[in-house]
Design a protein around this ligand. Structure first.
Ligand SMILES: C[S@@+](CC[C@H](N)C(=O)[O-])C[C@H]1O[C@@H](n2cnc3c(N)ncnc32)[C@H](O)[C@@H]1O
Length: 424
């Protein structure tokens, strides 16, 4: 397209071309066309090997967003953000509105009010706010039906937990983040956060959740839905580190939860043995679910990684652990390994690495930037660029030699490696 063509027209043309590409793929594979009709598809997913089609889909998301912002113009764009962005989603999950009438039936505001115990005016406010956001439909004034989005909330507990935890736990923490930054400038403590202010406590997220089992279950389920999806496959760990070079080595999975990473590694590398460490209650439940085929090589051990490491390992593996902790505590966690390390021991992290600005799609970058903010809001931690990771090891002990890492193709997380050099 010629360079004199206005940018908004270029965007519109690109959107049209990419939509045609996506639609051609959908039709060729006899997939349902994207629709919020109650029987419409739950996802517009493209298999990851269809890289061109997925790139077209991502470009549509980025370009439609940019076109919308340009067409609004700066003033209307800023004013188009409303602080009620999440209110109806919070209310729908908090008051189980999607469950208040069956999929395929019609409901009046009154009927929903009776089923949920809410007042009819609040129901009308909440549901009509949701309808303009394409959650529920109102085919005739005052008559509410499910559409594909509200149906998903009614039928899929995991997505219901995701929206519930996002709007209750995360959003409330986010709303207090600036107050926390002002009150505790530069704090690295996990109990001086937006979350602690929102919950009027001086306890950490995990201490608070330990008192509310249902909230903890919902949060855990929400987080799992995030980490079990595309890009978090264990194959990225199994296939992208020279595990076979460890021979009969020992891998210690620190904060290894139920041990699923070690199970996957044990199945492929039959000479290795594994120790999964986590907090006592996690280990107690994990021990009950060890698959028989690997049980002889995977042991479980309660260990608090904020205390000195008791076990020797050729590799200490941390998956999605250190991004939860501020530099001060990452340093402490790494120093706790030092007494048992031998020259050549490796620390392998499977964690986020922040990209340089603008190298990925805006939509994908925004999700990472949001995750970065969430870490502060919940834990006073933050996501790290590659140099930040190098610095954490350097701060912990100069005898750690950070070797960098890679992001395996298709993986959301990186594999980062540091070697203990000992006293050379
Ligand atoms: C975000 S999860 C990551 C779990 C697992 N590595 C994975 O990849 O899914 C963090 C884990 O760290 C554990 N954890 C939190 N604080 C800990 C501590 N002080 N010592 C040991 N484990 C801890 C939690 O119980 C949880 O299993």
């Amino acid at each position: 397209m010629d360079t004199d063509t206005p940018h908004i027209v270029q965007l519109a043309s690109r959107i049209a071309a990419n939509t045609t590409k996506l639609n051609t793929y959908i039709e060729a594979h006899h997939l349902p066309t994207p629709s919020f009709d109650v029987n419409g598809p739950k996802d517009t997913l493209v298999p990851k090997e269809e890289k061109d089609v997925e790139a077209a889909r991502v470009a549509i998301i980025d370009d439609t967003q940019e076109l919308r912002r340009l067409v609004l113009g700066p003033r209307e764009y800023l004013m188009s953000y409303t602080h009620n962005e999440l209110t109806s989603q919070q209310a729908i999950t908090r008051f189980r509105i999607a469950h208040s009438f069956p999929v395929g039936s019609e409901a009046s505001f009154e009927k929903i009010a009776v089923a949920t115990g809410l007042n009819k005016t609040n129901v009308r406010q909440i549901v009509r706010h949701a309808v303009v956001k394409d959650i529920f439909a109102e085919p005739r004034p005052g008559v509410i039906t499910h559409n594909a989005v509200s149906r998903l909330l009614a039928e899929d507990q995991v997505i219901h937990d995701w929206v519930g935890a996002s709007t209750d736990d995360l959003w409330q923490a986010a709303s207090q983040a600036c107050n926390a930054i002002e009150k505790f400038p530069g704090s690295q403590e996990a109990n001086e956060t937006g979350f602690s202010l929102a919950n009027q406590t001086s306890e950490t997220v995990y201490q608070v959740f330990s008192k509310f089992p249902e909230r903890a279950r919902r949060f855990g389920n929400a987080m799992r839905s995030f980490t079990e999806g595309t890009g978090f496959e264990l194959s990225h760990i199994v296939d992208n580190f020279p595990w076979e070079d460890l021979g009969k080595g020992v891998v210690v999975d620190v904060g290894g939860s139920q041990g699923f990473v070690c199970f996957a590694l044990a199945r492929k590398f039959s000479s290795l043995s594994f120790v999964v460490q986590d907090l006592e209650p996690v280990i107690e439940s994990a021990k009950e679910h060890v698959p028989a085929d690997v049980a002889s090589r995977v042991t479980f051990m309660a260990h608090d990684f904020l205390t000195e490491q008791p076990v020797y390992g050729d590799v200490y593996f941390f998956r999605w652990i250190l991004h939860n902790w501020s530099d001060k505590y990452c340093v402490q966690i790494l120093r706790n390994l030092v007494p048992v390390l031998k020259a050549g021991s490796k620390i392998v992290l499977n964690d986020n690495v922040l990209p340089a600005p603008g190298v990925m799609s805006k939509w994908q970058e925004e999700r990472l930037r949001s995750m970065d903010l969430t870490m502060t809001e919940l834990q006073n931690s933050h996501e790290r660029e590659l140099e930040d990771w190098a610095r954490v090891f350097e701060l912990a002990d100069p005898r750690f030699k950070f070797q960098g890492g890679k992001q395996p193709a298709g993986s959301n997380l990186w594999l980062l490696v540091a070697e203990w050099k000992g006293d050379e």
